[in-house]
Design a protein around this ligand. Structure first.
Ligand code: ADP
Ligand code: F6P
Length: 322
């Protein structure tokens, strides 16, 4: 006996690598369990416009390894209104769809919260490169985004070392410093600038100068976009040490490409978990992974909590990057 017979899945907000793997897991797990399953095109826009189609096993073939999302995604202002939410819920109900899996970031979770209050059984899956969702150690896409940044820094390091130069790499993350932190630690960056930790650019410049004077042949600064613009920081640093770091803004490159095996596995596990939670009668929850265990937390709690920054990792990166 299952609490839902028919469910839908959508992707919303900024896309992330592994969203396709999550859609595939939701669709195939639902079909395996004898449920009907629908795909909603372009997030909440598709719910309002009734752009909803039935999915079968083949609808999600050949997508596990692809970036982006076959369901497409959107930022939908109309859905923020009560009227928009009502239309969206009615479009699901008229098809007899009683459960919905929303794959997206915290904004998308707020949308799921609203639908849940209108009687749709909802489950959120953390789909964002930013890793800014609490009650999950990692979000789907974060691992791939970090790999892309690390790969870019490896390349920059080659040319910086040849010229004994400094390089500043601006990375995404909205108001979260996690991409900068993990990529900075993994690539031996000398300086990691994140919104969660105060810093003094004069000291950053002095440290850089001192390291060069003591034989260091390159200097990598990773800047999280939530702190400010790379160009502005480079100007300030050059005023303090007469050396202007070269700037690289990685931008949307960080959101594309084939997902890493970690993201594919995380997405597959979470997608399957969301379906079992809905079948068991759970609703209004966000699924996550904590210490390798799958967990479901009240969406209300998730959207009202700020994810904790990993200060230990930050300190480690500082200690190791001499
Ligand atoms: P993300 O999910 O990546 O954080 P957004 O913040 O852009 O991305 O949110 C995605 C979509 O979720 C928005 O375009 C909107 O349709 C919906 N949404 C965001 N906030 C709310 C809200 N407070 N109430 C209802 N829907 C919301
Ligand atoms: O939330 C994901 C993210 O890529 C952020 O890191 C970034 O600030 C934002 O989306 C960029 O949004 P857009 O794709 O609308 O430019």
């Amino acid at each position: 006996m299952t609490a839902v017979k028919s469910i839908a899945v959508l992707t919303s907000g900024g896309d992330s690598q592994g969203m396709n793997a999550a859609v595939r897991a939701v669709v195939r797990s639902a079909l395996f369990n004898g449920l009907e399953v629908y795909g909603v095109q372009k997030g909440y826009t598709g719910l309002i416009n009734d752009d909803i189609r039935k999915m079968d096993l083949r609808s999600v073939g050949d997508i596990l390894h692809r970036g982006g999302t076959i369901l497409q995604t959107a930022r939908c202002l109309e859905f923020k209104t009560e009227e928009g939410q009502k239309i969206a819920a009615e479009n699901l109900q008229k098809r007899g769809i009683d459960g919905l899996v929303v794959i997206g970031g915290d904004g998308s979770y707020k949308g799921a919260q609203k639908l849940s209050k209108l009687g749709i059984k909802t489950m959120g899956l953390p789909g964002t490169i930013d890793n800014d969702i609490p009650f999950t150690d990692f979000t789907i896409g974060f691992d791939t985004a970090v790999s892309i940044v690390v790969d870019a820094i490896n390349k920059l390091r080659d040319t910086m070392t040849s010229h004994q130069r400094a390089s500043l790499v601006e990375v995404m993350g909205r108001s979260s410093g996690d991409i900068a932190l993990y990529a900075g630690l993994a690539s031996g960056a000398e300086t990691i600038l994140v919104p969660e930790i105060p810093f003094d650019l004069e000291k950053v410049a002095a440290r850089m100068e001192n390291n060069f004077a003591h034989g260091k042949r390159h200097s990598i600064i990773v800047l999280a976009e939530g702190v400010g613009k790379g160009e502005d920081f480079c100007k300030i640093i050059s005023e303090h040490c007469g050396m202007e770091p070269r700037v690289t803004v990685l931008g949307h490159i960080q959101r594309g490409g084939t997902p890493t095996h970690n993201d594919r596995i995380l997405a597959s596990r979470l997608g399957d978990f969301a379906v079992s939670q809905l079948m068991a009668g759970d609703s209004g929850k966000a699924c996550g992974i904590i210490k390798n265990e799958l967990v479901a937390t009240d969406i209300d709690t998730v959207v009202s909590t700020k994810k904790e920054f990993n200060h230990d990792l930050f300190e480690l990166a500082l200690r190791l990057s001499k």
